[in-house]
Write a protein that binds this ligand. Structure first.
Ligand SMILES: Cc1cc2nc3c(=O)[nH]c(=O)nc-3n(C[C@H](O)[C@H](O)[C@H](O)COP(=O)(O)O)c2cc1C
Length: 315
């Protein structure tokens, strides 16, 4: 099946799905700062949706038409629920479906996330189930559950499923994010992909700082794409093709835009104002008085107050 995945210039760049971070608001901020080539939503649980509908996914799949292409990330351990949820995603006009098989959180591994690494038969059935919705299906996973040696057999299983793309967070579940990502395995993984499924796009993830760093890794190894997550906390312009835009003025301008996007896409029930506070440290830092000012931002109660503070601080 041809899809947007086939039209991307290589190497392409993807904003990683990050729960409670990469929602419709923050994706617009990153798009403005320097757009990735593909967006992913935060992950949303298939079984929760089947039982409780929209309430269970709490705005995680909200998107707008200017976010293209955008992939819905889903997770779960019940293939029947995955099929139903994938059909919902298709009806919402997502461009693709990604199945999370890497989340290490306790709440996720009861039924899905990285637990699927230990249940390859459920992983295989989930992929087949998601495909019934007619969208291209991709998978995001880790190298293994307990040891890095698991990568070859686990990734072989996934590559045999005729998926559109495979993203590998280059750590095991057990490693969480506590050790450096295993960039040393990229070449061997690329060889495995070439041998088993040359048509499946290979995307690497883990400790990639920005576009320049990603380009270096991709050009050296020949992988198709690079996914960047936490790099945008250190530098929200991480995807930009322009020379370093990371100045105090540009960061404050981006903060203003973030406040605007919050007003545009939020209401107090789905995304309380306090959820904005985790982002202030991205923008207000590395200048005299930044930490005091950040503290004042943490005490604001609305975007109106935050804008007033910006004005009074002459920023
Ligand atoms: C706050 C946070 C939330 C995350 N939520 C998700 C998620 O919903 N789905 C997913 O596949 N990975 C999730 N991840 C993992 C990231 O997508 C990514 O694999 C990981 O951070 C490593 O990449 P990085 O070093 O570029 O950040 C999350 C990571 C963070 C830090």
């Amino acid at each position: 099946m041809k899809s947007f995945w086939d039209t991307l210039e290589k190497p392409f760049f993807i904003l990683a799905p990050m729960e409670a971070v990469t929602d419709v608001v923050f994706r617009h901020v990153i798009k403005k700062a320097g757009s990735p080539d593909v967006f992913f939503t935060e992950f949303a649980n298939a079984t929760g949706w089947v039982h409780a509908g929209e309430r269970a996914i709490a705005g995680r799949l909200v998107k707008t038409d200017d976010e293209y292409p955008i992939v819905a990330q889903i997770w779960g351990g019940e293939p029947g629920d995955m099929a139903a949820f994938a059909q919902y995603c298709a009806a919402q006009k997502f461009d693709g479906i990604d199945i999370n098989m890497g989340c290490p959180a306790k709440s996720a591994i009861k039924s899905g996330g990285s637990a699927l690494i230990l249940k390859p038969e459920v992983a295989i059935a989930s992929i087949a189930a998601a495909k019934t919705a007619g969208l291209p299906v991709s998978v995001k996973t880790r190298l293994g559950y307990s040891t890095t040696e698991e990568w070859r057999s686990w990734l072989t299983t996934l590559l045999e499923q005729n998926i559109a793309a495979l993203t590998i967070h280059l750590r095991t579940k057990k490693e969480m994010s506590k050790v450096p990502a295993h960039h040393e395995l990229i070449d061997d993984i690329k060889q495995l992909r070439d041998d088993i499924a040359p048509h499946t796009l290979l995307i690497i993830n883990g400790d990639v700082r920005d576009r320049a760093h990603g380009l270096e890794l991709a050009e050296r190894s020949g992988v198709d794409g690079v996914m960047i997550g936490r790099g945008v906390f250190a530098n929200p312009f991480a995807f930009s093709q322009l020379p370093d835009e990371h100045t105090k003025e540009s960061l404050i301008e981006l903060l203003r835009y973030h406040l605007d996007m919050y007003d545009l896409y939020s209401d107090d029930t789905s995304r309380p104002y306090d959820t904005l506070k985790r982002f202030f440290k991205i923008y207000i830092r590395d200048f005299d008085g930044a930490s005091e000012l950040r503290d004042m931002f943490m005490h604001t109660k609305s975007t109106t107050e935050a804008r007033l503070l910006l004005k009074n601080s002459k920023l």
